[in-house]
Design a protein around this ligand. Structure first.
Ligand code: NAP
Length: 265
């Protein structure tokens, strides 16, 4: 479980810990938070504080699984991620690169390192936490959307490839979920938009459905699927709506804004 120190990852760890025989490995950078969470869970849980963008991160996690859990792995949740809002003219390639490095490359690299364990432990599953922003792009979220579009495209291919090996690939696409990294303050402040913001336990349930439950894909909350469908069915209308002034309130500020360290929230 990556990104387990807060938000959706923390809620998912709590959800998974209720399953009989569950054993969890919690991964993120903030060790103290991981330790506190591990100690509070009703199942065996170990943790590893690691920056997933680091060169040696996948190998360190693989070794931890071998040493602490006998190399058995039934579920990998690629959940860690962040967003730094910026238009392309301001953020440039540097902002695209840092999104890809964490939201896409880190998930791919970790999956590469752990796929042999997942195949050996099959039936097993990988859940990739993408975003509705991986289907529909808004102004100032282009770098984030690019990383999530990439994650979705790669996940669909991996789904087909790993089926014969008993490794299921599930895709979860959250909408606005109130967390440390994505507080959605602008939306929660207004009565008109408050209702579209959901909570991490809802995503945790979807991750459970798409992992152990072997469902292929889930939007959370479910009506966010309409945004994805409208992008395909009514592209001109969707583009017009998302380019209009009212759409700016949909580009909420994030924990990564104004900080080099997204985790500093
Ligand atoms: N909340 C939303 O509205 C929303 C919507 C769609 C998709 N999502 C996706 O859901 C996932 C979880 O987001 P969240 O809302 O739960 O955000 P969050 O509360 O900010 O959690 C992000 C998690 O990722 C970890 N992380 C960040 N950078 C890392 C790094 N370099 N190495 C290791 N771990 C790192 C953070 O832990 P440390 O800081 O301790 O490292 C934290 O545990 C992300 O992939 C996000 O893109 C969220």
């Amino acid at each position: 479980m990556t990104g387990a120190s807060t938000g959706i990852g923390e809620a998912t760890a709590i959800r998974l810990s209720r399953e009989p025989g569950a054993e969890l490995v919690l991964v993120a950078r903030r060790e103290e938070r991981l330790r506190e969470l591990a100690e509070s869970l009703p199942c065996r849980a170990t943790y590893l504080a690691v920056d997933l963008t680091g060169e040696d991160a996948p190998e360190r996690i693989r070794q931890h699984l071998e040493n602490e859990h006998g190399g058995e792995l039934h579920l990998l949740v690629n959940n860690a991620g962040a967003s730094w809002r910026a238009g392309f003219a301001e953020g440039g390639y540097a902002n695209v690169h840092r999104h890809m490095e964490l939201n896409f490359d880190a998930a791919v690299r970790l999956t590469e390192a752990l796929l042999p364990l997942l195949r050996a432990s099959a039936p097993s599953a990988i859940v990739n936490v993408a975003s509705t922003a991986g289907r529909v792009s808004r102004a100032r979220t282009g770098s984030y959307s690019a990383s999530k579009f990439a994650l979705i495209g790669w996940s669909d291919s991996l789904y087909a490839e790993e089926q014969p090996h008993g490794v299921h690939i599930g895709l979860v696409l959250p909408g606005f979920i109130q967390t440390e990294g994505f507080p959605a303050t602008e939306l929660r402040e207004k009565a008109l938009t408050r209702w579209i913001v959901s909570k991490p336990p809802k995503v945790a349930e979807a991750i459970f459905e798409c992992g152990p439950g072997r469902k292929a894909e889930r939007y959370v909350p479910r009506p966010y699927a309409l945004a994805a469908h409208s992008r395909i069915l009514f592209p001109a209308l969707t583009r017009r709506v998302l380019s209009g002034g009212a759409a700016s309130s949909l580009t909420t500020s994030t924990g990564g804004d104004g900080a080099d360290d997204p985790g500093s929230g």
